[in-house]
Design a protein around this ligand. Structure first.
Ligand code: SF4
Ligand code: SF4
Length: 496
């Protein structure tokens, strides 16, 4: 199955003995010219790359005040060192968050601080050499930008921001990552990460309508490009065909159908994901986000709702208005944007949906908090809503729910191991090893509570778990969408 060893899952999570440089050769494929240029980046490493990189760092320090603070404020207290799933899974000390940050901090000190210019060795300043650029490429693609380390840092230093800055600089000098950049190019060209054109989407959605009719007898619609619908649903393109994602999409449709809300998908904005975040490029994030605004205006919708996708929700919740606003043409009675879980939860609260919970009795369920939802956004109007709402939905549709240990969920949740632009087969070893802490927590509830399924609200988490669960002795179909559970339990028929 693989030419590396899957880490052993122990009873408790160990802090591993250090293995220096063991992941030094883990690198994703470098992007070629054809994937660089559509994003406005040089096609290959530019001749004066050191100067371009140093200048770009200077520009980011000016425009991102947080980055300047993060560069200056680390006191090397060590609180973050054992908090990263990639360090815990790989044992490489360069995957300790502080060590990862220092790859950029050393360059910052060398070129932007007086002591670094005068006495570089004394203050850990580093010349930006080709070897260091190579280390950046390796270790800044071993961070899923999950922000777990920042929860434990007394200064709130956010390694995700440091990683994004480093990737932004690497793109500026012509050393981008193929996986993310190729995907962004597909969104610009076709509208979604998977490159699914409008006719393919239409076919898929018609197929879903037939499938649901066969299963339930109900005429649930999965409309595309329908002008005048109330809701524009923007969802990750994996929802159109991947398992278990598509079962979630079936669930969203049933919720809208039962609530009597007219809705549509858009072939222009057929992607919720925004990989511009992963590469730290505000310009590319903006171009992707603008497609949603354009689709909402073209279709004349009144609300924008996002499907189950972790980082898409982060971009939507935190940045959509800045990137593509103002959204003053939408119905002011609803938040812009809304998460599908907020919509379903609200309908449940109002008694607008009926469930047969016994339909999920063959499942004993736990919930994986996805990093970008947990630590970079919120849901509803209550503090911690992003933790409460998905769990309340699951409990409303399932009789058997069990949480994983408290230090592995909520704001302390562990990344699935495939976030932040790392969900590519050229990083399989990293992905499997990075999943270790989550697999350990899952094993605990499997053994103690007989848990059979792990539910999630992120397309990347679902794809990653489908792939890595078998490495740890689980089945790939033990990962389910939250709206798959809703779909299986919802009673269709007479409106409430
Ligand atoms: S942001 Fe997440 S992946 Fe990156 S260093 Fe921190 S804990 Fe590790
Ligand atoms: S916890 Fe914060 S201050 Fe302490 S070593 Fe890590 S990044 Fe530096």
């Amino acid at each position: 199955m693989a030419d590396f060893e899957t880490p052993e899952v122990k009873e408790y999570l160990d802090i591993p003995a250090l293995k220096r440089g063991v992941m030094g050769n883990s690198k994703p494929f470098v992007s070629k010219e054809q994937f660089q240029e559509p994003l406005g980046f040089p096609g290959e490493l530019v001749d004066n790359w050191q100067q371009v990189a140093v200048d770009k760092l200077g520009e980011l320090l000016k425009t991102n005040r947080g980055l300047q603070v993060f560069m200056d404020s680390c006191v090397k207290c060590g609180a973050c060192t054992d908090k990263c799933h990639y360090f815990l899974g790989t044992s490489d000390p360069r995957n300790m968050p502080v060590a990862r940050q220092d790859l950029l901090r050393g360059v910052y000190r060398r070129y932007y601080t007086l002591p670094g210019k005068l006495f570089p060795k004394l203050v850990g300043a580093m010349d930006l050499t080709e070897d260091l650029l190579d280390q950046w490429y390796s270790y800044y693609h071993q961070c899923s930008e999950c922000r777990r380390c920042s929860v434990y840092c007394p200064y709130g230093i956010d390694t995700a921001e440091v990683t994004m800055a480093a990737r932004d600089i690497m793109n500026a000098v012509g050393k981008g990552q193929k996986y993310s950049n190729e995907i962004i190019g597909k969104v610009f060209k076709i509208g979604n990460n998977l490159g699914l054109p409008q006719p393919a989407l239409e076919d898929t959605l018609e197929g879903l309508e037939e499938e649901v009719k066969e299963d339930t007898g109900a005429d649930v619609r999965y409309p595309l490009d329908e002008e005048g619908a109330e809701v524009l649903l923007v969802t990750p393109s994996a929802d159109f065909f991947a398992e278990p994602h598509v079962d979630g999409l079936i669930g969203y449709g049933k919720v809208f159908h039962q609530a009597g809300i007219s809705w549509t998908l858009s072939s222009h904005a057929s992607e919720a994901a925004n990989f511009g975040l992963f590469i730290g490029s505000m310009e590319n994030m903006k171009r992707i986000a603008m497609r949603i605004r354009e689709a909402a205006l073209d279709l004349g919708v009144k609300r924008i709702v996002f499907g189950e996708c972790g980082h898409a929700w982060r971009v939507a919740y935190s940045f959509l208005n800045t990137l593509a606003g103002p959204f003053d043409f939408l119905d002011p009675r609803y938040p812009v944007p809304q998460h599908i879980c907020e919509v379903t939860y609200d309908l449940i609260q109002r008694g607008a949906l009926t469930f047969d919970k016994s339909a999920n009795d063959h499942r004993r369920v736990t919930f994986h908090d996805s990093c970008n939802v947990a630590r970079a956004s919120r849901m509803g109007d209550m503090p911690g809503g992003q933790f409460i709402i998905p769990r309340e939905i699951i409990k409303a549709v399932c009789n058997h729910y069990y949480d994983m240990p408290p230090d592995t969920i909520g704001e302390a949740t562990f990344c699935c191991g495939g976030g932040g632009g790392l969900l590519t087969d050229d990083l399989m070893e990293l992905r499997v090893k990075g999943a270790l802490p989550r697999m350990q927590a899952l094993k605990q509830v499997v053994e103690e509570n007989g848990v059979t399924h792990l539910a999630a609200i992120c397309a990347i988490c679902k794809s990653q778990f489908s792939k890595v669960l078998p490495y740890y002795g689980f089945q790939m179909d033990q990962i389910v969408s939250v709206h798959q559970l809703v779909s299986d339990a919802i009673v269709l028929g007479q409106k409430q």
